[in-house]
Ligand binder design. Structure first.
Ligand code: ADP
Ligand code: TZP
Ligand code: MG
Length: 262
């Protein structure tokens, strides 16, 4: 695990182009900024070419799209592939909403994601495995999470992050599990969206996207865990503020001191 990639990221300050959703866009922008990358957002397809060219990575969030936005997402994904920019996709609620699953399938015919990041309900749906997703949340299922993530990675031919109490990161051959985290992440809508865009920031500075993805998961989860452990009484409101501070201030050595993965 190359936690030192965090220092590289802060030195290089890569630009990450995000098509976000209207619910969490500010968390995503500030999360990227706090950790040391440079966010840019857009809702206009006519500037997609320039946006992709000026960026070092692209993150497409499928959280709340309209029909014109699906077109913008499609064009942007194609441009990311064309310009060889790392492409992360967050398939919000594809396990719960059939329409979203269909849109996602259509998009994956038009472009190829380098990394898919979702919770168990989302990754199970993209793997074609039975699971009871609950809206934007993971929901309930009986399957083995490592098997689900590896099946998805093989089917989609990309790196997959199945996040949750334990994050499973796999390219279909290599698999790592990050144990760190805090249940406070679940109290904040946008935790997953932030993680997806932070994954893109790490992919901007590390060509091995499996390596970038696992480091991003460890950094994000370990930082959240340190924030929560500092105050056992902490609630949802304080958590996001302290999390932003900690994304900016936590050092590689502090993360290595709590890192738990296998
Ligand atoms: N119960 C939990 N305990 C520890 N960490 C968690 C827990 N649930 C989620 N996380 C962390 O929250 C972040 C967002 O993941 P997740 O909640 O799965 O995404 P989403 O918000 O898209 O459903 C990840 O870093 C993950 O490790
Ligand atoms: C509530 C909601 N509705 C559509 S997108 C969205 C945000 C999802 O954020 P996350 O998956 O990071 O919890
Ligand atoms: Mg999500």
């Amino acid at each position: 695990m190359k936690v030192s990639l965090l220092d590289d990221l802060r030195r290089q300050n890569p630009i990450v182009f995000n098509i976000s959703n209207f619910v969490t866009v500010q968390d995503v922008a500030n999360g990227i900024n706090a950790i040391g990358a440079s966010p840019i957002m857009s809702e206009e397809v006519d500037e997609a070419d320039e946006m992709v060219q000026l960026s070092q990575a692209v993150c497409l969030n499928l959280g709340a799209f309209t029909t014109p936005q699906v077109h913008q997402i499609k064009v942007t994904g194609q441009l990311a592939n064309q310009y060889h920019k790392p492409l992360v996709v967050d398939p919000v609620a594809v396990g719960a909403v059939k329409y979203r699953a269909k849109v996602a399938e259509d998009l994956f015919k038009a472009f190829h994601p380098d990394v898919l990041r979702g919770n168990a309900g989302e990754i199970a749906a993209l793997a074609g495995i039975d699971w009871q997703a609950k809206g934007i949340d993971a929901g309930e299922g009986a399957g083995d999470l490592v098997t689900i993530a590896e099946t998805c990675a093989k089917k989609r031919e990309c790196t997959v992050i199945l996040s949750g109490p334990t994050d499973v990161i796999t390219d279909g051959t290599r698999t790592v599990q990050v144990i760190n985290g805090t249940t406070l992440f679940q109290t904040h809508v946008g935790s997953g969206d932030m993680l997806s865009s932070i994954v893109a920031a790490f992919c901007a500075i590390e060509n091995d996207y499996f390596e970038a993805a696992q480091t991003a998961c460890l950094v994000f989860a370990a930082i959240g865990q340190r924030v929560a452990q500092a105050d056992p009484q902490m609630g949802a409101g304080t958590f996001i503020i302290k999390l932003m501070d900690a994304l900016q201030q936590t050092t590689v050595a502090q993360i290595e001191a709590v890192a738990a993965y296998e």
